[in-house]
Design a protein around this ligand. Structure first.
Ligand code: FE
Length: 195
């Protein structure tokens, strides 16, 4: 699949949304999460499982599950960062999701890359612990925030949720971890669809 939007959903954003999402994972989820020992689907399931274990609401669980859906929608290959390309997956994902899910799902996803840039600026240990793949993408994403950018991020309505999401994202890279299957998260997805 090389389009950016499943054609079956054109014009009817609320019909078949979950089927389209499951289709994206089925068709593209086996690709590896760039430079990490997990596939895109494993990464998404681990992030959602971590969120669920912290007993957050459905919106943040869904945000964790779908935070990298932009990679599945992108026309760029998974390893594009190594070729010096930022696929802007957080914006692509947020744009696609914004017609389908509530802002409590979409906004933390839109901010999960800025959250990394924020954490690199405010926490030297965080920067030091980034995987080499994450360091490569950080450079393409603009590097650590300036002090002014840190203040601006702090003022955003979904900043705290984005930072929580970022922590699950960073931890969801464990090879062969046992996690629930995609279907397990369907009730959370259904709860967060736009009415
Ligand atoms: Fe991720």
């Amino acid at each position: 699949m090389n389009g950016q939007t499943p054609a079956s959903n054109e014009g009817a954003p609320h019909d078949g949304v979950i089927d389209d999402i499951f289709g994206l994972f089925r068709d593209r989820g086996d690709s590896m999460y760039s430079g990490e020992p997990v596939s895109q689907t494993e990464h998404a399931l681990q992030a959602a499982f971590l969120a669920e274990q912290e007993r957050v609401g459905s919106a943040l669980i869904v945000a964790a599950l779908l935070h990298d859906i932009g990679h599945l929608l992108s026309k760029h290959p998974e390893d594009c960062a190594e070729a010096g390309i930022d696929d802007r997956h957080e914006r692509l994902g947020a744009k696609w999701l914004s017609a389908r899910f509530e802002p409590e799902v979409v906004e933390p996803i839109r901010l999960h890359v800025p959250a990394k840039r924020y954490l690199c600026a405010v926490n030297p240990d965080y920067l030091q612990d980034l995987s080499s793949a994450s360091l490569t993408s950080l450079k393409l994403q603009g590097g650590p925030f300036t002090a002014e950018e840190v203040r601006a991020f702090d003022a955003l309505p979904h900043a705290q949720q984005a930072l929580r999401l970022r922590a699950w994202d960073d931890a969801a890279k464990v090879a062969d971890l046992k996690v629930p299957v995609l279907l397990h998260f369907r009730p959370h997805l259904e709860k967060c669809l736009q009415s």
